[in-house]
Design a binder for this molecule. Structure first.
Ligand SMILES: Nc1ncnc2c1ncn2[C@@H]1O[C@H](COP(=O)(O)OP(=O)(O)OP(=O)(O)O)[C@@H](O)[C@H]1O
Length: 890
């Protein structure tokens, strides 16, 4: 179908209709009816109107993105260096520096594109779906397949997928993304429309806005780029990507290093001159030093590592909407989780039913009928709330099953399930009489009952003694991890005027206990959290005992249970104290606002909070938490929109997998920063030696050779370190502190103090070995034409090759932060092995191919020199391995 559309690019004209004309006329103009289109007609219209998607701007901006990589501040610094080199008459160097800039820019560009693609690809994992009437019944179709004339079925929590006119029902809509107005507005089908602008029309809803309450049917009049948001989208440019804290930190580090490079470069000028170089030669070296030490490749490498993290998290089932969330997730210290569906399977069934007195139920008929009516789920298509599906299943097994359409024809009023009130009710006319059916949390329903139905079917007054008996029974059932609902009903003389009136004077029919077994993988995930120093609190709407029992079964402490009522009474300091004390808390009978309060308090206590949620009312808490985690399957669009992470399987274990992945990515960034830092010492040391010796020791490394290292040998292994598998013990460490930076003292000690210094010594060792073997002595002339000149070329080449060999050792050592290389395995990072092979081939080409020899001032090395260098990787790696071993023992 898509191919067909591509061949008809201009087929997307919307039918000319006035969406605000009377409904009957609008339906006629759109050639549809209140029951919507047939599937065949919808497919036909899709070909004409095109997919209901906004045009993407992709592709048009890439030259700009590329340009950005060539003119960012660090690149500008290099441009200045190239300009200076050119002014100084060293065109070769100037060209080489421009080469560095271009290659780095290109590499950074490719990496950024990869990163963007990774984030964009997430859209494909999470296709927007919408409910429409097709062939007269409700279908869930991809939002892109909606066409003008479709009738949308909108409910609380849905995102409106196209511009539409209400034909039935009432909605509260959050239109802030179109109007900027954050208070929800009411839209209803039968109302006079005298608004001056379409956006203010009380009968229209627009694509991209969100239903926060109510339910309605609406006929679509515009899709895709013909919608209001489509018009706005084509006007506004793409929003830029926000920089993550990690990237910001590394940018600062990069600038610091660049600053040091400039200072060292400038400092070398007088030193070089004092050592006997001409000003221009000293100048060239100064520029070389500068170029060598500007870490221009660092930032894009980090972006790519984060993007790779996004990808692998998506594979685990956690869709991360911002790159920066990858690292935040890794530093999570507290997870506040829902119970139903996240810790449990959300596959409920009725385990036990008691009558109103708490005794085994003898006749299920009346209770089953009330359950069947007091529901909005649909058993045949298995759509709706899992609790209700389980209850409907029970009702059907006991003789009452309704087709949803038939159920609604007898329904007078629906008071839908309210997570604050924890109950729902319906008023139905049954055989000429009116009945209120209520079901919900026993604490909510029982106080609204005046009588109770006993085993013989007689209604007896609900005495205090009976109430106590029922409470005891509920407690006992909850203690067995059952989710308990009370069911009640009453006959009414007239349709009640309010919810309060409807839900009073009820007769308690019975208690239903549902089982929702824990997910099998959760216990291991919780154990993982505990070893990783992460606290898990449960925030649930369910009963405290049920929740605590489920929590314990999966290994969550449940050291304290705080109910919604208790929480409301708890002053802030006491809440802070409870949250900072050791142990894990079950917040039971919690309202969505409680989540916000808990998230706030935890953040104020300095914790990094991941908070799960699925409902419309959870959105503020999801935004407030460091990481809002929405349920991809059971969650509303509003929750998914507010969250930073969407779980495709609603599973607690997936959050923990995300934390692990976040930690791994952060670790890997540290690994390549360490690797890149380590080579600075062997590059700078030769220059110092030259300067300090007053020129008596000829310069051991040329500027072009430094560039070859920066460009040719360093990049691929650094990239490969970004893909390193997780280090053993990753989830046995405490979470990283919020204030802890990427660069640590320990890292600098390893980079400069151990591996850098040792590499420097080895490199100079190789250099002098070649010089002395050729008969050099201090102060001997090695300039072009002198007998020792070839030996000098070989010696600088030896320095270059020694740096490459030492880098191999550094790369292997950088792979782990604490454990030994043996534990992670020598060959577990194939990319790194590939990178090293490339590094060696590149270095060999430079050393042995005559044209490159001429360009880089290298000379072929005899076999004994190579043999001398072979142990170097092992020495460098070994020194660091010893250091790690010593700190481990410590
Ligand atoms: N469809 C429903 N009709 C009536 N009462 C319900 C319904 N669903 C849940 N309840 C009652 O409301 C309580 C809270 O349910 P809610 O869905 O808010 O939280 P939950 O699913 O138990 O927990 P979590 O917040 O961990 O997902 C339940 O314990 C139950 O007593």
């Amino acid at each position: 179908m898509t191919t067909h559309l591509r061949t008809k690019p201009d087929a997307g004209e919307a039918p000319e209709v006035d969406a605000r004309e009377p409904v009957a006329r609008l339906l006629r103009d759109l050639r549809t009816g209140v029951t919507g289109l047939t599937a065949r007609e919808a497919a036909r219209r899709l070909q004409v109107s095109g997919p209901n998607a906004l045009p993407s701007h992709h592709g048009a901006t890439w030259p700009l993105a590329l340009l950005r990589q060539l003119i960012h501040p660090l690149a500008l610094l290099l441009w200045v260096a190239a300009g200076l080199a050119w002014l100084a008459g060293t065109t070769n160097l100037a060209i080489a520096i421009v080469g560095v800039i271009l290659l780095n820019g290109l590499l950074a560009f490719v990496q950024e594109q990869q990163a963007e693609k990774a984030v964009e690809a997430l859209g494909r994992y999470l296709p927007d779906r919408a409910s429409v009437l097709r062939d007269g019944s409700v279908r869930h179709v991809p939002a892109t397949e909606i066409v003008p004339g479709d009738v949308l079925v909108l409910a609380e929590g849905d995102r409106v997928p196209a511009d539409a006119r209400l034909v039935e029902g009432t909605l509260d809509v959050d239109a802030s993304m179109l109007t900027g107005e954050s208070a929800p507005v009411t839209r209803m089908a039968d109302v006079h429309d005298d608004a001056s602008r379409p956006l203010e029309s009380p009968v229209l809803v627009f694509s991209g806005t969100v239903c926060v309450a109510g339910a309605a049917h609406a006929v679509v009049h515009a899709t895709g780029r013909h919608t209001e948001i489509g018009r706005i989208a084509s006007l506004s440019a793409r929003v830029g990507r926000e920089e993550s804290p990690l990237e910001r930190q590394v940018r600062r580090v990069a600038w610091l290093i660049a600053g040091v490079a400039v200072v060292v470069g400038i400092g070398f000028l007088p030193l070089g001159w004092l050592a006997g170089l001409s000003w221009s030669a000293a100048f060239v070296f100064a520029i070389g030093l500068l170029v060598a030490n500007v870490p221009e490749g660092l930032l894009p490498t980090i972006t790519l590592a984060l993007a790779a993290g996004v990808r692998s998290m998506a594979k685990e089932g956690a869709l991360v909407k911002r790159l920066s969330a990858v690292e935040t997730l890794g530093s999570t210290t507290v997870i506040c989780t829902d119970k139903t569906g996240t810790l449990t399977r959300n596959a409920m069934h009725v385990e036990e039913v008691r009558d109103g007195l708490g005794e085994p139920l003898s006749d299920a008929g009346v209770l089953a009928a009330s359950l069947a009516r007091c529901s909005t789920a649909d058993l045949t298509s298995a759509s709706g709330d899992p609790t209700e599906l389980a209850l409907l299943g029970y009702a059907a097994d006991h003789g009452t099953a309704f087709d949803p359409a038939a159920r609604e024809t007898t329904r007078e009023t629906l008071y839908s399930f309210d997570p604050r009130l924890k109950r729902m009710s319906t008023v139905d006319s049954v055989d000429g009489a009116l009945f209120v059916a209520t079901k919900g949390a026993p604490e909510q329903v029982v106080p609204r009952c005046a009588s109770v139905r006993d085993a013989s079917g007689t209604e007896v007054p609900l005495t205090t003694e009976l109430r106590e008996r029922i409470i005891e029974r509920v407690d006992e059932m909850a203690g067995r991890a059952l989710r308990v609902l009370a069911v009640a009903r009453r006959e009414a003389a007239a349709v009640p005027g309010s919810r309060d009136e409807a839900e009073s004077d009820l007769c308690l029919l019975g208690l239903v206990g549902l089982v929702d077994p824990p997910r099998p993988e959760v216990a291991a995930a919780v154990a993982n959290c505990h070893s990783a120093g992460i606290t898990v609190h449960v925030v649930t709407g369910d009963n405290g005992r049920t929740a605590a029992e489920i929590a314990r079964r999966v290994g969550i402490g449940a050291d304290r249970v705080i109910s919604g009522d208790e929480l409301a009474e708890l002053p802030e300091p006491a809440l802070d104290e409870a949250l900072t004390a050791d142990g894990e808390i079950v917040f039971s009978r919690a309202a969505p606002e409680d989540k916000l309060r808990i998230a706030d308090a935890l953040r104020d206590c300095g914790e990094v909070v991941a908070m799960t949620g699925d409902g419309v009312n959870d959105a503020p808490a999801l935004r407030r938490a460091d990481i809002g985690v929405a349920m991809g399957v059971g969650g509303t669009d509003v929750a998914k929109e507010a969250a930073t992470v969407v779980l495709t399987d609603d599973n607690f274990a997936t959050i923990v997998a995300g934390v692990r992945e976040g930690r791994r990515v952060f670790d890997n960034v540290r690994k390549f920063v360490l690797y890149i830092f380590a080579h600075a010492v062997p590059e700078v040391l030769p220059f110092l030696l030259f300067a300090v010796s007053g020129g008596a020791i000829p310069l051991p490394l040329t500027v072009l050779q430094i560039l070859a290292i920066d460009l040719g040998t360093e990049t691929l292994p650094a990239l490969a370190l970004g893909r390193e598998p997780a280090e053993p013990g990753l989830m046995a460490r405490r979470p990283r502190r919020r204030s802890e930076g990427v660069v640590t003292g320990r890292m600098l000690l390893r980079a400069w103090g151990i591996m850098g210094l040792l590499s420097g010594v080895l490199v100079l060792g190789a250099y002098f070995a070649v010089l002395y073997a050729a008969g050099w002595h201090l102060g001997a002339d090695v300039s072009a034409g002198a007998p020792l000149h070839h030996a000098y070329l070989q010696a600088t080449t030896a320095s270059f090759a020694a740096i490459v060999f030492c880098q191999i050792g550094t790369a292997f050592a950088s792979r782990t932060e604490r454990v030994s290389l043996r534990e992670v395995g020598l060959t577990t990072n194939r990319l790194l092995l590939g990178g090293i092979v490339f590094e060696l081939v590149f270095a060999a080409a430079l050393i042995y191919l005559p044209p490159l020899q001429a360009l880089f001032g290298t000379a072929a090395l005899p076999a004994w020199v190579i043999a001398l260098m072979l142990p170097m990787p092992v020495l460098v790696w070994g020194a660091d391995e010893l250091f790690r071993w010593a700190t481990r023992r410590h």
